[in-house]
Design a protein around this ligand. Sequence first.
Ligand code: URA
Length: 445
Amino acid sequence: MVIPSLIECKRDGGELPPGTWAALVRAYAAEEIPDYQMAALLMAVVWRGLTDAELTELTAAMLASGDRLRFDGWEVPRVDKHSTGGVGDKTSLLLAPMLASCGAAVPMMSGRGLGHTGGTLDKLESIPGFSTRLSLADAMTQVRRLGCALFGQTPEIAPVDRRLYALRDVTGTVPSVPLIAASIMSKKLAEGLNALVLDVKAGSGAFLPAEADALTLAQTMIALGESSGVRTVALVTAMDRPLGHACGNALEVEECILALRGEGPHDLLEVTLALGAEMLAAAGLERDASAARTRLLNTITSGAASRKFAEIIEAQGGNPAIVDDPAALPQAEASAVYVAPARGRIAAVHPKAVGLGVNAMGGGRTRVEDQVDSSVGFVITARPGDTVEAGQPLATIYARDAAGLEAGEAALSEAIVIGGDAPAPRPLVSHRVTRNGIEVLPYRP
Ligand code: URA
C-alpha cells in the first residue's frame, strides 16, 4: 500500500478499491501508518466523503480490530443509546439506570469529550473512585448481575476507533457523516445489542449542525445497524442550546442526581423520556409510547432509578453516597454569578461557545494528553426566549481560580446573546427516523 497515493485518491474525490479500507485499518492497528498520514486521509474524507461500500468496509474493519461483548443464550433484551455529541448532554447517566430498572440490559460503552462536546466517561469519572475501565469480562458479568455497566471503550473494543477518535479530536476531522457513523457504529455493534437508539443532534452545537445532515447521519447509522441485525432507531434532538442547565462534568452528574429524584430541568427530562420510550419499544419491552413514558417516570418517583444508579456506582468502585449527597462530588475552588449586561430578550445560548468555555477553564481537552478538571463549568438558567432585566443572574460560573472565572465570563458573554434576531429554538425532539423512513414529530417545546 502506498499511503500518499491513497490520500491523493481520496483528496481528489476517488473511491478506494475494495479491500483497501480493511487493509488500512489493519496497518494502522499494527502502527505501520503514522498519525500524520492517517490525519491527512481523515481530512480528505471530511471533504470528499465515503461511498456506501467504503463506509461498510471501514466500519466492519474498525469493529473487527477488536473483540465484542457476548451474551449468547441470555434472554434479557440488550439495548443502548448513543448520542452524536452535545453540550450539557447527560441523558446516558439517566437512561442507563432507568432502563435497567425496567428490566432491560444496558451495556453502555461511552466516549470521552470530543471537540466542544462533553463525554459520558469524563462525567462518570468525576464521581470519586468510579472506574470506567472495566475489562470486557467484568462488563459482561456486571450487565448480567445489575442490568447495566457504564464503561469506556476497553482496549479490546474497536481499538482503531479509539485511536482515530483521539486523533480526530485534535485534527479538526470530527464533522463528517461517514467518520461519525463508522466511529459510533463500530463500537455499538461490539456491544452484543438487540436494539440501539441514536440521539442525533441538530443545531449550532452539533458536529453536523444542519438538520439535513443530521437526518443523513441518522439514516447512515440505521443502515449500518439494521444490516448487522440490530434494531436501530434515531431521534433528532435540539442542540441549538445546551441541554439542561449544567455544563461541566461534576455539575452534570449533580444535575442527573437531581433529575433521578424528579427535580431535573424540563428539557432534560423530555429528551430522556423520548429516548427511553424508544429504547423500551426497540427492546420489545413496551409497545405503547405513553405506557413507556409512565413506566420510565415510575422509575423516578419510586426511587428505583436512583437506587440502581447507586448500585452501579458502588459496583464500579465509586462512592454511592453522592446519590444522597451530591456535595461529595468535586467542588470548584471559585464561583461567580454571571448577570445580564442589559435588559432584553435572550436570542440565543450558543452551545459551542459554552462547551469551548468549559474546555478553556480546564473541564475538557485541547490536546490528547490533557487532564480534565471535573469541578469546573457552568450552571446556566437563562433560556432562549426569556426576557431579562439588566443585572439579573443568568448563570453561575465554577472555576479553579480567578483566571478561570475570567475565561468563563468571556465564554458566557459570547454564548448568551441578548436582543437582536435569532431563529426560533428547535423543537426538543424533531424527527424519528427508522429503516422505514423519516417521521416529523409533533412540536414539543
Ligand atoms: N461519538 C463518537 O463515538 N464518534 C464520533 O465520531 C462522534 C461522536
